[in-house]
Ligand binder design. Structure first.
Ligand SMILES: [Zn+2]
Length: 135
């Protein structure tokens, strides 16, 4: 959005909103003493700290909103150029123990036992035979 769209006749004219983040941002803008006489009124995308560009690049935006973590030594086993993204994602969920197993869904109030053997505590290790199946 351009400044001319929200600053008319010497006053800010933002649309009403309920989002607390947006409300605080609007309050900050209205309280600031912005000089509107210099510069062009253009849309810019933030690429980094004090780095703004006119061209939108989704990877730049993604790198700003995500939390960077150290690369794990098994990442190339899961994420590689010829890999099928769906399988890579499921593998990644499995390694991180984030699959929606019965054990995890019971935490959310949706208990579910193993449909193969009836084990009440369906965990990742149980599904991938990392623990013995009860007989
Ligand atoms: Zn089972």
């Amino acid at each position: 959005m351009k400044i001319k769209d929200v600053f008319r006749d010497g006053a800010w004219r933002f649309h009403r909103c309920r989002d607390p983040f947006l409300c605080s941002m609007i309050a900050e803008i209205e309280a600031s003493n912005i000089c509107l006489t210099d510069g062009r009124d253009v849309v810019l995308w933030k690429r980094g700290v004090d780095d703004y560009v006119s061209k939108f690049v989704s990877s730049d935006t993604w790198n700003q909103i995500r939390q960077l973590r150290d690369r794990v030594n098994w990442s190339k086993l899961v994420w590689f150029s010829q890999g099928i993204p769906r399988y890579a994602f499921i593998t990644w969920l499995t390694i991180r123990d984030r699959l929606s197993t019965g054990h995890r869904t019971s935490i959310w109030g949706q208990p579910q036992c193993c449909i193969f053997c009836g084990e009440p505590d369906e965990t990742r290790d149980h599904l991938f035979l990392l623990v013995p199946i009860p007989l």
